[in-house]
Design a binder for this molecule. Structure first.
Ligand code: FCB
Length: 451
């Protein structure tokens, strides 16, 4: 298939998973209801200057109350899988201890609602909303948080495991650790590289140990982890830029992929980290490398890297991201590159050979407007979706074992540090009335799926 042909559903295998992806903190709201505890994102939002529009997610899309309607929308699209995340502070308001029955009951209802509508539930255990009580004790920099995550995983998988067959331990450790503990732009707002790296080790360790635990609890479960991955190229063929691209790839991609696939942490990145390298105990790397059933890949954009001795992370990565000129970009400034998806998937396949890949997120943000005809004519998002599906097909034809595609996202939602300024939904949300309207992209995805 050429990159310009719009694919049809029949171009994909009959058992392919077609889904939409969401996360608890971004849509649920009900921030203080039914015994839910405070999360690091609730706290982060309450600190002045953290969120670009000064907003918070106490109400968000009010999905906590409107979930039947939202699941109806997903059903209407024709997807057969629905990715959601469980809010840890709803289940364990203080992070550990006795579970909050009302929180568990919410996910019971939600999962039953999916099954009633023919939607296969795909649960993510950690999509960034750590209980604040655990943060007070160091959050992911503390090894105790690994134990707490296992307790939480045990409770949730025992409760929902009779109905949920697909489990994702973590969403995008790079973001939760590097953006959260080093760059200071995500909760908890830390600015220490050493903390970020220790956090990343604990997140990976908690993943590996959770895989074993989930398998013990649920013999039939399919378990994986979701990473944010980027195809990376050098800004020029000069040796310095090529080396910079490799350094960047080390922290961005290989830091997570290598240990998950049994190779330990990349030597070149460890050497760069020096004192900031994490403390790893005997047995940790074996646990992290526990085999999974699939690798979850979130793909948004490629990166171009140049050498820069004076870069912000000076002395360490000495890299700078370069904006390619004359390319299409989303509202976030992210480069639109369907080819990047092909490059990324074929690279993962070549270097790591996972048994199965699930594309657990892919999507775009643009300035959407509800027009007087009651529609949202988001032609850029529509084209983004079509071209990324064509790219996906191309990668599959080249032998990459992708088994499912989950569009980010069902609804416009709270986009972290950007608040409500970025809309990623297939459905537009009018936050004043909470009315949902399928955008043209969503209408097309529905036609594609129902063909
Ligand atoms: C990913 C996150 C997801 C959403 C998209 C736009 O990094 O996993 O929650 O914010 O980006």
């Amino acid at each position: 298939m050429s990159a310009n042909t719009v694919p049809t559903r029949q171009d994909f295998p009959a058992d392919f998973r077609w889904g939409v992806s969401t996360s608890s903190f971004q849509i649920e709201g009900a921030g203080r209801e039914d015994g839910k505890g405070e999360s690091i994102w609730d706290r982060f939002c309450s600190e002045p200057g953290r969120i670009r529009d000064g907003s918070n997610a106490l109400v968000a899309c009010d999905h906590y109350h409107r979930w039947p309607q939202d699941l109806d929308l997903a059903k209407q699209l024709g997807v057969n899988a629905y990715r959601f995340s469980v809010a840890w502070p709803r289940i364990l308001p203080q992070g550990r201890g006795a579970p909050n029955e009302a929180g568990l009951a919410f996910y019971d209802r939600l999962v039953d609602g999916m099954l009633e509508r023919g939607l296969d539930p795909w649960a993510t255990l950690y999509h960034w909303d750590l209980p604040q009580a655990l943060q007070e004790q160091g959050g992911w920099t503390s090894r105790d948080t690994v134990a707490a995550f296992l307790e939480y995983t045990d409770i949730v998988t025992r409760r929902l495991g009779d109905r949920v067959k697909h489990w994702i331990t973590h969403n995008e450790p790079w973001c939760s650790c590097i953006m959260g503990y080093w760059e200071g732009v995500h909760a908890p707002g830390g600015t220490s590289l050493a903390d970020a790296m220790q956090a990343s080790h604990h997140v990976l360790l908690s993943h590996g140990q959770a895989v074993g635990l989930i398998r013990r609890n649920l013999a039939q479960a399919q378990v994986g982890i979701t990473l944010s991955l980027h195809p990376i190229t050098a800004a020029s063929p000069h040796a310095a830029d090529l080396a910079a691209a490799r350094r960047h790839d080390g922290l961005r991609n290989r830091w997570f992929l290598d240990p998950l696939f049994g190779r330990g942490y990349p030597e070149d990145t460890l050497a760069l980290l020096g004192q900031a390298a994490p403390r790893v105990l005997p047995g940790d790397l074996d646990a992290i490398a526990t085999p999974t059933d699939f690798l979850g890949v979130n793909y948004y954009f490629p990166e171009v890297v140049a050498d820069d001795p004076d870069a912000r992370h000076g002395g360490l990565m000495r890299t700078r991201l370069v904006e390619r000129e004359g390319v299409e970009r989303t509202g976030f400034g992210w480069e639109v590159s369907p080819q990047g998806l092909v490059d990324l998937l074929t690279r993962i396949q070549r270097d790591y050979g996972p048994a199965a890949i699930q594309l657990t997120e892919n999507g775009s943000t643009f300035e959407d407007r509800l027009t007087p005809d009651g529609r949202v004519h988001d032609k850029e998002r529509l084209s983004y979706l079509q071209r990324h599906l064509a790219a996906l097909k191309q990668a599959m034809d080249a032998g990459v074992p992708v088994k499912g595609y989950f569009a980010w996202s069902l609804l416009d939602n709270f986009e972290w540090a950007e608040g409500y300024l970025r809309r990623f939904g297939l459905a537009y949300v009018d936050y004043a009335t909470q009315q949902r309207t399928l955008k043209d992209s969503g209408l097309w995805y529905g036609r594609f799926l129902n063909e």
